[in-house]
Write a protein that binds this ligand. Structure first.
Ligand SMILES: C[S@@+](CC[C@H](N)C(=O)[O-])C[C@H]1O[C@@H](n2cnc3c(N)ncnc32)[C@H](O)[C@@H]1O
Length: 287
């Protein structure tokens, strides 16, 4: 893209063509990325680009678009440039202090919406942008929601999202369940970090916070910590729901079983992969 394009090179269609070519090496979704960035820079919906391919954006719009394309090309995810990501039908603000919410996590949220008993005390562990907590607060206003994270900058983003969507959520900056009182929770749920150290996929995720992604040599350190303390925090019959990697379900069920959880189950995503495992805390033995 040159500084002084000819009239033909400065149209929406031409800008998209040039950006697609530049992004093709970096992104599997080059065309979509280019459209999202240009639509946002223009302050228009994506449909504008299809309706007005011959529109010639101003030089200032072009400059901002080219800067956004350059950022994408050097690895910045589109969501961080736009400052927003859609999740479960709502827009959530994001910045580099939070994981960009993934469609994968909608399986965890759907599971929770269906299974949480009415009026439950629910805790979202490792809330990041607040994606899970905010959607649950909207979908299940009968429940009391608490969301935790060890990252204060992440909690600030989550609080902003809850405020924006007018949701009631309480917040806690803490290491997993450590600050929760014994027998105080009906449902614990989490999308914790679960990528193994050294996993080759991490190269493509370098812009996102490593603490939101990586969890020990086998990716299961966070899940081990949560499962180990969950029986203390949950009321008898309370549930623990965990998102995990597509190949970790058997290992997570084994951890739940070892910790005394009952009614173990793993739930598949739309691709048929077991991505959420859950169990029920056994009732206390009668003494
Ligand atoms: C995979 S991200 C999930 C974010 C969000 N729940 C989502 O689904 O998009 C994991 C989150 O766990 C948080 N986290 C990592 N270690 C933690 C710990 N020891 N205690 C509490 N939160 C932690 C990270 O800061 C991050 O926000």
């Amino acid at each position: 893209m040159s500084d002084q394009p000819s009239a033909d090179e400065a149209t929406v269609a031409a800008l998209l063509r040039a950006a697609r070519a530049l992004l093709a090496e970096r992104s599997d979704t080059a065309a979509l990325d280019a459209e999202l960035l240009l639509a946002a820079t223009l302050g228009k919906p994506r449909s504008f680009l299809y309706a007005w391919p011959d529109h010639a954006p101003t030089a200032s719009v072009r400059a901002r678009f080219e800067a956004a394309v350059a950022a994408r090309s050097s690895g910045t995810p589109v969501a961080y440039t736009l400052g927003v990501k859609e999740f479960f039908g709502i827009d959530l603000a994001v910045n580099p202090s939070v994981l960009i919410p993934r469609p994968d996590t909608e399986t965890l949220v759907e599971c929770a919406i269906e299974r949480i008993p009415m009026g439950s005390a629910v805790v979202d562990l490792g809330t990041g942008s607040g994606a899970v907590a905010v959607v649950l607060a909207r979908e299940r206003p009968d429940c009391r929601l608490l969301a935790t994270d060890r990252s204060l900058p992440a909690l600030r983003v989550a609080q902003g999202n809850a405020r924006h969507h007018d949701c009631q959520v309480a917040w806690l900056c803490a290491d997993w369940t450590s600050a929760l009182a014994a027998r105080s929770v009906d449902v614990l749920l989490s999308n914790p970090p679960y990528v193994a150290e050294g996993d080759p996929h991490l190269a493509a995720l370098a812009a996102e916070p490593v603490n939101a992604l990586v969890s020990g040599r086998d990716g299961l350190d966070a899940i081990r910590a949560i499962v180990a303390d969950a029986p203390r925090v949950l009321r008898a019959g309370g549930q623990l729901l965990l998102e995990h990697g597509w190949d970790q379900a058997a290992a997570v069920r084994a951890l739940l079983c070892e910790a005394g959880f009952e009614a173990l189950e793993s739930v598949r995503d739309l691709n048929g992969h077991e991505r959420v495992s859950l169990g029920r805390r056994a009732a206390d033995a009668i003494r």
